[in-house]
Ligand binder design. Structure first.
Ligand code: NAD
Length: 495
């Protein structure tokens, strides 16, 4: 067997082994075989990384840089990600099983977050306040928070990191990242680009390892001021509880079970493509998956037939091949979880009209593949409609009219995203207002941008990433009062 790549963590500008001396295997989901050894970091490594980040925040070059200079570094980092997009994409495909076609695009787009927030770094202005007191000059300063911890899931490691890292560094913070134990390789490779861009040592650190062993110590560390977490709702709740003990600022981007609603007046061809991209793109492993497809009764049967015909043509296989359309599931536990949900759907009484099993096609080899799966006859109260599967499994739910569509769409604990397919301008404008979700797409799906705030309603999370105001979540406001009075008035009463 080929020797496995031994990866190293990145702390204080250096490649380091874990203090435990232990490593675990990272798997290629297409072959089902290990290809790398990931350092099993723990509390000691987290403490080293946080110390380095704290030193870099308090001393040395980083706090001396002005916002314009930080912006230059971020723009250089964006350029380097663009330069290395192909190499980073290949690492991600091997480690994560994401399609090379999707990764190539994602990594050509990810630099935009560094460019955009680099540009914003010197546009955060304090204010001189029109204060209502004589002989007083009062103004505000927006300052960084300090050391920020970032915990990233496995489904889009470098993109989800960019959403947090770009505004955090633009604001002047320093950072410790804990990538997913399943997909640490790309973040470790990315660390070299941060160094090459010229960020001082200690500003960016990566500790790898498991959620409980490395993630929790990062959340609990007293010198970490803010935690940005993307991942499952259960882990997110635990992170929130731990962070509360230290009164840390927290943002959470959690799960979803998004409704993708097709009205009878929709352009059917576009809506079929929208339904496909909502659930089979990225093998359904996206927080924004449109996993509940709500179809108006009058077009239900025709729509499902067209959808099944289209989904049947999806080309599965090697994610490294540019024409593959559905790749493997990223992790073995996730693969098993998806298969267990196929049993849940059966027990719920849903009717399987496509897939419903592990993919045993020759082009899928020994990889963790699940057939694109569509269930009809789904009632929104069924488990298959209420729980996040995080795989290529679609539940189709019929509805009569606008009110019923809205009621089904909102009858869920999540509120991350939704899709609406209609050619009626009234619906296009009115339906998004009634949906309880952080993002609503009309006649499109899965569009994201550095310009557009992203985050969840209800149990899909707290806070927003991207967009102008995101940088303010990585800062705190200080108010400075200066008295210009020659004499201090009566000290026993409030000024
Ligand atoms: P996960 O919650 O298992 O893990 C996410 C990260 O948290 C990993 O790095 C993990 O090691 C760490 N972690 C786990 N438990 C922890 C703990 N107690 N303390 C600290 N860190 C801990 O999620 P996952 O399986 O990697 O990712 C899939 C989930 O992420 C899905 O539920 C999906 O919806 C969600 N997700 C959300 C978004 C979004 O923006 N809303 C984006 C992508 C994925």
């Amino acid at each position: 067997m080929a020797e496995l790549d031994r990866l190293a963590m990145y702390i204080d500008g250096e490649r380091v082994a874990p203090s435990s001396g232990e490593y675990f295997e990272s798997f290629n989901p297409f072959t089902g075989k290990p290809w790398a050894l990931v350092p099993r970091g723990g509390a000691e490594d987290v403490a080293r990384a946080v110390d380095a980040a704290k030193r870099a925040f308090d001393e040395g070059d980083w706090p001396q840089l002005n916002p314009t200079q930080r912006g230059h570094l971020l723009r250089r980092l964006g350029d380097l990600v663009a330069r290395e997009a192909e190499r980073l994409a290949e690492i991600e495909v091997r480690d994560n099983g994401k399609l090379i076609a999707e990764m190539g695009l994602q990594l050509r787009y990810a630099p935009q977050w560094y460019h955009y927030f680099g540009g914003l770094a010197d546009k955060i202005e304090g204010a001189v306040l029109p204060i209502d007191k004589p002989e007083t000059f009062t103004y505000t300063l927006h300052e960084p928070l300090g050391v920020c911890g970032m915990i990233i899931p496995w489904n889009s490691p470098l993109l989800l990191l960019a959403w947090k890292l770009a505004p955090a560094l633009a604001a002047g913070n320093t950072v410790v990242v804990k990538p997913s134990e399943f997909t640490s390789a790309s973040t470790l490779a990315f660390a070299d680009l941060v160094a090459e861009a010229g960020f001082p040592r200690g500003v960016f650190n990566v500790v790898t390892g498991y959620g409980i062993e490395a993630g929790e110590p990062l959340v609990a560390h007293e010198d970490v001021a803010r935690i940005a977490f993307t991942g499952g709702s259960l882990s997110g709740t635990r992170v929130y509880e731990k962070a509360a003990a230290g009164l840390k600022k927290v943002s959470l981007e959690l799960g979803g079970k998004s409704p993708n609603i097709v009205f009878a007046d929709a352009n059917m061809e576009n809506a079929v493509k929208g339904a496909i991209s909502g659930i089979f793109a990225a093998t359904g492993q996206t927080c924004i998956a449109g996993s509940r497809l709500l179809v108006q009764e009058s077009i239900h049967n025709e729509f499902v037939d067209r959808l099944v015909d289209f989904a049947r043509t999806a080309k599965m296989g090697d994610p490294m091949s540019p024409d593959t359309q559905v790749g493997p599931v990223t992790t073995q536990p996730q693969f098993e979880k998806i298969l267990s949900y196929l049993d849940v759907a059966r027990e719920d009484g849903a009717e399987c009209v496509l897939g419903g099993a592990r993919a045993a096609r020759p082009e899928c080899g020994a990889g963790w593949f699940v057939e694109p799966t569509i269930y009809t006859g789904v009632d929104n109260r069924m488990r298959i409609a209420q729980e996040e599967v995080f795989g290529p499994v679609l539940s189709v739910i019929p509805f009569k009219d606008d009110d019923e569509a809205i009621s089904i769409a909102n009858d869920i604990v999540y509120g991350l995203a939704a899709g609406v397919w209609t050619t009626d301008i009234r619906r296009a404008l009115e339906i998004p207002k009634r949906i309880k979700a952080g993002t609503v797409w009309v006649n499109t799906y899965r569009a994201v941008s550095y310009v557009a705030p992203f985050g969840g309603y209800k149990r899909s999370g707290l806070g927003r990433e991207s967009g102008q105001q995101a940088i303010r979540d990585w800062m705190q406001t200080k108010t400075v009062w200066i008295s210009t009075a020659t004499e201090t008035p009566n000290p026993f009463i409030m000024r």
